[in-house]
Design a protein around this ligand. Sequence first.
Ligand code: GDP
Length: 311
Amino acid sequence: MEHIRNIAIIAHVDHGKTTLVDCLLKQSGTFRANEAKASEERIMDMMDLEREKGITIRAKNAAFRYKRYRVNLVDTPGHADFGGEVERIMNMIDGVLLVVDAAEGPQAQTRFVLRKALEAGAKPIVVINKIDRENARPQWALDQVFDLFLSLNATDEQLDFPYVFCSAKAGYARLRLEDTNETMEPLFEAIVRHIPPPRARAGEGFQLLVANLDYSDYLGRIALGKVMAGRIRVGEPAVCLHGDGRVTEGRVTALFHYEGLKQVQIEEAPAGDIVGVCGFETVAIGETLADRPERGALPFIPVDPPTIQMD
Ligand code: GDP
């Protein structure tokens, strides 16, 4: 079974989320720079398409490998008024990297998204970023974050958060300010050690909760989401359980996951992984794909025990 970690990176605007993602992808070595550039251009294309069609496409999900682990980075919307969307995202992940600028400390959006993450029970790792800045106050920023956790009624376990001091720009993360290592290693280690593997329902039949939509000129609509149970395979017949109670039949015509910023076609994926599924042209966000109607008839959010550990 593949070792999977599903996380989101959350931050106030400009605190360095994009820079950190780039840095993690680069240092994990899952993709080459020219590939990344090509896929970024593709993402821009899709954003134009989004405007044209008036549908929501957010293709900023990514994934990298570290040791034996596959780490999925689930994108979070940058704006604060995203209603149910944030719940769907939190439902896919088991932990967050909370990025905070070492000079500015936590800001309004830090508070908003952290509250959602804590409510969803996600384990945060605090990343005090930009410690290379001249006016950086890393220890102060960390204390501010601790106070923020307190004010949000974090549990004792959440309050005991792991943290790293980091310069996403220079490409290093350090456990102590006096350390001198020059890589992100401590952050990679924190992710695989402190964030739990995904929980999933036991059983053979697959269920996938659609958290977002993507689009391909060749393959049509792509439903993005986490495999909540079972194993999904290309060619498999399946149903879409729509929000209004209708059930439509279809077939998994193609399957993707991310490698770096690129969507790569795969044949099958295990429970816990985050994938894109083609073959369901009328599926909408919040709906369920399942191999059988009765499976999807179960209430889907949140995933209830019995659970199996994916490791
Ligand atoms: P986002 O809005 O959270 O995605 O932030 P970006 O990653 O776009 O970063 C915002 C600005 O902060 C950019 O100008 C980055 O170059 C800069 N930045 C990001 N990380 C660091 C860092 O570790 N050190 C310094 N000095 N600047 C950084």
